[in-house]
Design a protein around this ligand. Structure first.
Ligand code: NAI
Length: 331
């Protein structure tokens, strides 16, 4: 099948081409994000492969359907950027990669927590400057702290396991559909969202972004949380009201924020803007805090994850071509 791969970077090119030796699809690698403007570049293809910041809204899906696209293959787990209802109406199949490597993201979340809490990045920068002073670099033991996990699916459960068995933390979690056997096996306790917000020293987000939980971390939730708590977000930017986070950092109620995602990441992330004047004052204010650790959506980026993603999307494309059932289908 001919597949237009939007937002593709060198690492995608390498991992997908390598895996495609076993599949033989006709792959067109496009650097651009999928938008209304770039959608016509899929002409001649039967499938498009997209990533987290590609825009698969109703208008874009209509353009793709007109061009004869039959399949949208997301090379990620989250699918908040796809209008599934419209896809269904247009008879477009949508597949995603539900669990390419939960370890990649969970381990990265641990790294972000340690970088924030132990100020590792600030320490590295000081030493580069021959500044060996430790003033201002005091952290906390994570051992015996209460770690609240919102969403205990593939990634959240690995993070819970590391926090419980690696650090000896007291792990609590909020899940819309609690699974007592999972909690018992890993050793965490299910609590309400309110209790989690009010009692956690560290809160880590591991749920998908949906219309219902947009800004689940907002002015009110931040105010109810423990003074000095840390917030970790490796899930989706839209889960957090960034302006409210900035306010909570300024008032020192929030002890630190570590994020790999941002609600307005679309036009900026995955590109080098080192020579540009950034227009986004909220982002620029956010990253100016000494107690903010911020990266550009790289939590997924391990060799294992890239290889599993490539295998999963190419297999789904082959299965769709053969008219087989698609277990990873969203519609
Ligand atoms: P998953 O589908 O295995 O687990 C998500 C869990 O969240 C499910 O158990 C679900 O029931 C629960 N959930 C849904 N709505 C919730 C809510 N409002 N409150 C609490 N829990 C809720 O997904 P997985 O693989 O664990 O990924 C989680 C999220 O991580 C993805 O949706 C994606 O947004 C993000 N992600 C980020 C990456 C990065 O590179 N930064 C890479 C991969 C995923």
């Amino acid at each position: 099948m001919r597949v237009a791969i939007f937002s593709s970077k060198n690492y995608d090119h390498h991992s997908i081409e390598k895996e495609n030796k076993h599949y033989g699809h006709d792959l067109i690698f496009l650097n651009e994000r999928l938008t209304r403007k770039t959608a016509p570049k899929a002409k001649g293809s039967q499938a498009v492969c997209i990533f987290v910041n590609d825009e698969a809204d109703a208008e874009v899906l209509e353009i793709l359907a007109e061009l004869g696209i039959k399949l949208i293959a997301l090379r990620c787990a989250g699918y908040n950027n796809v209008d599934l209802e419209t896809a269904k109406k247009l008879n477009l199949k949508v597949v995603r990669v539900p669990a390419y490597s939960p370890y990649s993201v969970a381990e990265y979340a641990v790294g972000m927590l340690l970088t924030l809490n132990r100020q590792i990045s600030r320490g590295l920068h000081r030493v580069r400057d021959n500044n060996f002073s430790l003033e201002g670099l005091i952290g906390l033991d994570i051992h015996k702290k209460t770690v609240g996990i919102i969403g205990v699916g593939h990634i959240g459960s690995v993070f819970a396991h590391i926090m419980k068995h690696g650090f000896g933390a007291n792990v609590i979690a909020y899940a819309p559909r609690p699974k007592p056997e999972q909690a018992e096996k890993i050793g965490f306790q299910h609590v309400s969202l309110e209790e989690l917000i009010e009692t956690s020293d560290i809160i880590s987000l591991h749920c998908p972004l949906t219309p219902e939980n947009h800004y689940m971390i907002n002015k009110n939730t931040l105010a109810k949380a423990k003074k000095g708590f840390y917030l970790i977000n490796t899930s989706r930017g839209g889960l957090v009201d960034t302006k409210a986070v900035i306010h909570a950092l300024k008032s020192k109620h929030l002890g630190g924020y570590a994020a790999d995602v941002y609600e307005e990441e679309g036009p900026l992330f995955f590109e080098n803007h080192a020579d540009d004047i950034i227009d986004d004052d909220i982002l620029e204010r956010l990253i100016s805090f000494p107690n903010v650790v911020f990266t550009g959506h790289q939590a997924f980026l391990t060799k294992e994850a890239l290889s599993n993603i490539a295998h999963s999307i190419l297999q789904d494309i082959s299965d769709a071509e053969a008219g087989k059932k698609l277990p990873d289908a969203l519609v």
